[in-house]
Design a protein around this ligand. Structure first.
Ligand SMILES: *[C@@H]1O[C@H](CO)[C@@H](O)[C@H](O)[C@H]1NC(C)=O
Ligand SMILES: *[C@@H]1O[C@H](CO)[C@@H](O)[C@H](O)[C@H]1NC(C)=O
Length: 318
């Protein structure tokens, strides 16, 4: 019973989000673009001007024939020996800092001092490492293929396997569903089965080295020093670089991409070559008669003849 004490202390400070509509999974995902909502459904997540998320179900997959949803390079249904789509759930910032997403290894969250969550996604399909502060975890690793938490009852706690400076507390979301709230021990402490204890290794310099904050390569950011609305920042080799949207486009900070100024005659979700772009890895997606710019995964370029991203090395279509 000794072990329940720290848990009570923790539960008193938890920030649990308000109830959501069950038919709006993008409210949990909070990333714009194509996202597998579950093993069988490809969705498109859109954020409207009031900040609310809208889920558009795009495609259903024949899961009984092992066709499962894919949002890595290919957006659609692909044959998979086993469904790779993680079980989704809500995330609520508990503290300021960077936190791994408990469901999807590719995703992580930047929580502000005001507990505002900015979700990020490794654009090259690999998993995010909180230790390296970069997208350094291979997609095949256990961190990406196996559930990293166990929630059988409310108040259950555990260390985050990949980095024990982090831990989770299971909370009730609805009476029948539990989800892990991600927390972090304070500097120099690690989680050992039920509480944060001083980290014997923190005497070394290892942790200080990790303090240098780097951006995630190939990800778009709003520039801290942005001066005009056609500019944004892109992470190149760990540094933010100022980029200008192609002519006729401006940067939309809500969806972190360039959007065309004028109205285009195109169908929703039609994939097109971007007019005026100079990057071979960019393609445009038509949303409500506006073009939004997206990037192919790293190592791929956009082949306009087949409207798909193609592998630079072996020509494999992705
Ligand atoms: C998958 O998600 C879609 C859209 O939210 C939903 O309609 C469907 O019931 C879900 N399927 C499963 C098996 O959960
Ligand atoms: C491409 O650039 C030209 C010249 O700046 C501009 O007039 C045109 O509208 C742009 N095209 C699109 C589709 O925005």
């Amino acid at each position: 019973m000794r072990s329940s004490l720290p848990v009570f202390l923790l539960l008193s400070v938890l920030v649990v989000g308000s109830a959501k509509a069950d038919d709006n999974p993008c409210q949990d995902v909070r990333l714009s673009g194509f996202v597998c909502l579950n093993c069988t459904t490809l969705g498109y997540c859109l954020r409207d001007t009031t900040g609310n998320w809208e889920t558009i179900s795009m495609l259903g997959c024949e899961s009984n024939h092992n066709f499962f949803c894919s949002d890595e390079g290919t957006f659609g249904c692909t044959w998979q020996a086993q469904c790779r789509v993680p079980k989704r759930g809500p995330f609520n910032c508990q503290q300021a800092g960077v936190f791994p997403d408990p469901y999807d290894c590719r995703k992580y969250h930047e929580c502000s001092d005001q507990s505002v969550d900015t979700p990020r996604l490794c654009s090259d399909g690999s998993g995010y490492s909180t230790l390296e502060e970069s997208c350094a975890v291979p997609r095949e690793s256990a961190q990406c293929t196996e559930q990293q938490y166990t929630c059988d009852r409310s108040g259950q706690v555990g260390a985050w396997p990949a980095d024990n400076r982090y831990f989770y507390v299971c909370a009730n979301y609805t009476p029948n569903s539990l989800y892990p709230l991600m927390m972090k021990c304070r500097e120099g402490f690690v989680f050992n089965s039920y509480s944060c204890v001083p980290d014997s290794r923190s005497m070394g310099k290892e942790l200080q080295v990790r303090e240098t904050k780097k951006c995630v390569d190939n990800t778009r950011y709003e520039c801290p020093f942005r001066t005009s609305e056609i500019e944004y920042c892109k992470c190149v080799a760990g540094e933010l670089e100022l980029i200008t949207c192609p002519s006729g486009f401006h940067f939309d900070a809500r969806i972190l991409t360039c959007v065309s100024e004028r109205v285009h005659q195109c169908r929703d979700f039609e994939v097109l070559s971007c007019p005026n772009t100079t990057s071979s890895d960019e393609y445009c997606l038509c949303i409500k008669n506006q073009l939004q710019i997206y990037n192919c995964p790293v190592g791929h370029y956009y082949n306009s003849e087949i409207s798909k991203c193609q592998d630079v090395l072996n020509g494999r279509v992705n």
